[in-house]
Design a protein around this ligand. Structure first.
Ligand code: CA
Length: 311
């Protein structure tokens, strides 16, 4: 591609010289106007002037209207699921933008989770973030108890709210209650948050990839500064990425009288293991996935090949 552009530039310069030579002895303005046309096709100095345009995906929602739809205005959090949905778990739809849908691509059926900013039609206004998620069965805190979720995701779009702290959409989360109080009655423990990466040149306003962060509690019930946000890895738009999340309790190998509450993810084959603070206070392990939180714009997450085990 670069070679052909360079060749074209050489041809353009040669043409220009030819035109100048041809018309330099005349008063014919037409010749000079054709010189200008030749110049218009010369490559500019942008190092990446024409990146391949990021593809619109087959099941991507590209409409500019992010408001509620009649189709997406479910009556209750659980009333909008498809019969025999291909994705496991109990639907929790708190967005009037869309309901859960499915699409088959190359023989694989994907669950569609599309939400937009301000679209929570189930909770009091300006309280909780919109979401369409699925909840999964809960494991207790005995040593050896665990839950494990497996699936493949594609990310097409995530929230852009203008700053890092407000950007991003959760694709999955580990949750679990604890003793001793503090925080939400149904606290999150570790959330997997996708942030937008924009392209260059003609793709400068398009989300072309996503950085996935782990948002982890620093203390039981932690929120805001009670959590840390750690970069895990980058995935491309629409890249089919495997995801495994296992949360459970095991014996602490350094002291068999203690236990570890672990939250281990494998994303695209890369392991991200983490031990939850104050394991002795944990009373549950549970997992949700889908699309959650959109403080600006729209989020579009897809899930397929989902399964869940509880031990
Ligand atoms: Ca809905």
């Amino acid at each position: 591609m670069k070679k052909s552009k360079f060749t074209y530039k050489l041809l353009s310069i040669t043409s220009l010289i030819a035109f100048v030579a041809l018309f330099s002895c005349t008063k014919d303005g037409l010749g000079f106007s054709e010189d200008v046309i030749v110049f218009e096709y010369a490559p500019d100095s942008d190092p990446n002037p024409n990146p391949d345009p990021v593809a619109i995906v087959e099941d991507e929602d590209t409409g500019s209207d992010l408001s509620c739809t009649a189709e997406g205005a479910n009556a209750t959090r659980t009333s909008s699921d498809l019969p025999n949905a291909v994705n496991v778990g109990t639907i929790d739809d708190r967005s009037c933008y869309a309901n859960y849908k499915e699409v088959e691509i190359d023989g694989l059926t994907w669950g569609i989770y599309n939400i937009t900013a301000g679209s929570n039609n189930q909770d009091a206004a300006n309280t909780l973030q919109p979401r369409i998620e699925r909840s999964l069965p809960i494991a207790d805190s005995n040593v050896g108890s665990s839950v494990k979720f497996t699936g493949d995701f594609r990310i097409l779009e995530v929230a852009d709210a203008g700053s890092f702290g407000q950007d991003g959409t959760y694709i999955a989360q580990a949750k679990g209650q604890h003793t001793g109080g503090g925080g939400s009655p149904d606290p999150a423990i570790c959330l997997y948050r996708a942030h937008p990466i924009y392209g260059t040149g003609s793709n400068a306003d398009k989300q072309v990839a996503f950085d996935i962060y782990a948002e982890r509690i620093l203390e039981r019930g932690g929120s805001g500064s009670g959590r840390e946000v750690v970069l895990l890895k980058r995935v491309n738009k629409n890249e089919i990425t495997s995801f495994v999340l296992e949360v459970g309790f095991k014996v602490d190998p350094s002291d068999s009288s203690k236990k570890i509450h672990y939250c281990n993810a494998i994303i695209g084959g890369e392991a991200f293991n983490w031990n939850i603070p104050s394991p002795e206070r944990g009373t549950q392990s549970k997992i949700r996935y889908g699309a959650y939180r959109v403080r600006g714009g729209r989020a579009q997450i897809r899930w397929a090949n989902t399964s869940h085990d509880r031990v």
